[in-house]
Design a binder for this molecule. Structure first.
Ligand SMILES: Cc1cc2nc3c(=O)[nH]c(=O)nc-3n(C[C@H](O)[C@H](O)[C@H](O)COP(=O)(O)OP(=O)(O)OC[C@H]3O[C@@H](n4cnc5c(N)ncnc54)[C@H](O)[C@@H]3O)c2cc1C
Length: 417
């Protein structure tokens, strides 16, 4: 075991939540180490961004790079609800930004991690955290990680768990609540070339409910490449495969039965393997404890119906960086800052989860989805569609995220879960 090194903050995981937390702490002059299990670029799912990510990307100084490298996303085309016709919401309706991006995650994540390095973060790749260093009273004081066949130890004032669904730190420290109504699985691949959505919808993500259950996404990750995926309940997939179909065939059946997705890939070839992953929404009982906090999927994961994962993780990271900076400035503020971080982050999570759970029933009238979204929009002014898009683009939550003050004292809204 090699000698101990000391940092202000050690971040476990170099995905969007980890690299953002680290970069924003380094901007505040903190000594930060990121430990990432893989060597980047590495494959990751989660390709479609909502406009709520833009303010944090501005903080990171990455807008020009994102504009130059990735496909623009202008809105969401839905085949959902009791009305069978496709309908559309555009980001412009939320007022602030008219587009975000569809990204190739291996490139996007590398861009964020390299940017963290540029801002002064130390990064070690192929460095897998395998254990915690804790004091007698349970305070987390550092981590043990494996790299190059050796174990290493680092200590820090705070350890951040940004290890995604691995929950490398928090699985040892807190319980998880699984959302039984969103116990899903995802099956996906890539197709080229493809036929873009028509009528000015090019650049939208397609979200199409499937008659036999579940839904499909269609994400134009490049001008000639479409990411197509199928999300469905685990039990339904088990029933279909028990009947003799393979997972790949279940995916093909869903595509074949679709109205819009099927037309997008007429004449296209599948250009990648078919991948599957568990897609079961969950949230940790605690987002922090003595010496640690969690952010991104490590704190909680929500079904990707509205593509909010990277937004939630990087918004949490923006708040986490301010929280840890305040705690490092004055140890006496630590508990208050961490508690406030969890309160606001959990509120963001709950609001999305609650709306997605409602929206998951694809049999309602479109107007009902809009009205339910408008209920959640604090300053609803009667513009129902604006309410819907401002909720699902993350713009509604922006004042809470951008204005987050870990030492603030204003009265917080009660949880809306
Ligand atoms: C099917 C599906 C579709 C999705 N679609 C979208 C979408 O369209 N848009 C969107 O915004 N989100 C989407 N998401 C969600 C999105 O993928 C995640 O929310 C997002 O990647 C979370 O970022 P993160 O940084 O928290 O975790 P991750 O991106 O998972 O990063 C965690 C990192 O930690 C590393 N790590 C893990 N264990 C260790 C360890 N022990 N030591 C060191 N490093 C470790 C991993 O290698 C990884 O690089 C989707 C998710 C699924 C499952």
């Amino acid at each position: 075991m090699s000698e101990i090194r000391q940092y202000d903050v050690v971040v476990v995981g170099g995905g969007p939540a980890g690299s953002t937390t680290a970069a924003l702490l380094a901007k505040r002059g903190r000594q930060v180490l990121v430990l990432e299990r893989e060597r980047f670029p590495r494959y990751h799912i989660g390709e479609s961004m909502i406009t709520g990510v833009i303010p944090v990307m501005e903080q990171l100084g990455l807008i020009d790079e994102l504009e130059a490298r990735f496909q623009r996303k202008y809105g969401v085309t839905l085949v959902w609800g009791s009305d069978p016709d496709p309908w559309r919401v555009s980001f412009g309706q939320a007022g602030r930004y008219d587009h975000s991006w569809h990204v190739v995650r291996s490139e996007f994540d590398q861009l964020l991690l390299d940017n963290a390095r540029r801002l002064g973060v130390e990064v070690e790749e192929e460095a897998q955290v395998v254990d915690l260093i804790t004091a007698a009273d349970g305070t987390v004081e550092g981590v043990v990680y494996r790299r190059g066949g050796h174990k290493h130890r680092v200590t820090a004032q705070f350890v951040v768990d940004a290890s995604g669904q691995s929950r490398a730190v928090s699985r040892k420290l807190t319980e998880v609540a699984w959302q039984e109504n969103l116990r899903n699985v995802a099956i996906w691949s890539y197709f080229s070339p493809f036929e873009p959505l028509s009528n000015g919808r090019q650049g939208d993500i397609l979200v199409e409910s499937v008659k036999g259950g579940g839904w499909l996404w269609g994400i134009p990750v490049a001008a000639d490449k479409l990411s197509l995926g199928h999300v469905l309940p685990v039990d339904l997939l088990a029933a279909k495969t028990a009947g003799g179909r393979t997972q790949e065939q279940v995916f093909e059946d869903a595509l074949a039965s679709s109205e819009v997705a099927a037309k997008m890939i007429v004449g296209a070839e599948r250009v990648d393997v078919v991948r599957t992953t568990r897609d079961w929404s969950h949230i940790c009982d605690r987002f922090y404890g003595p010496g640690w906090l969690s952010v991104g999927d490590a704190a909680g994961f929500i079904d990707p119906l509205f593509s909010q994962g990277v937004w939630l993780g990087t918004s949490g990271a923006w708040m986490a960086a301010r929280t840890l900076d305040a705690a490092l400035n004055n140890a006496a503020d630590t508990d208050r800052a961490l508690a406030r971080y969890e309160l606001i982050y959990r509120q963001l999570y709950n609001e999305f989860l609650s709306f997605i759970s409602f929206f998951y029933d694809p049999t309602r009238l479109r107007q009902i989805y809009m009205e339910r979204a408008a209920e959640a929009v604090r300053d609803a002014d009667g513009n129902l569609q604006g309410g819907f898009i401002s909720l699902i683009s993350g713009i509604k939550a922006l004042p809470d995220v951008a204005g987050f003050d870990p030492l603030g004292s204003e009265v917080l809204e009660p949880e809306r879960a």
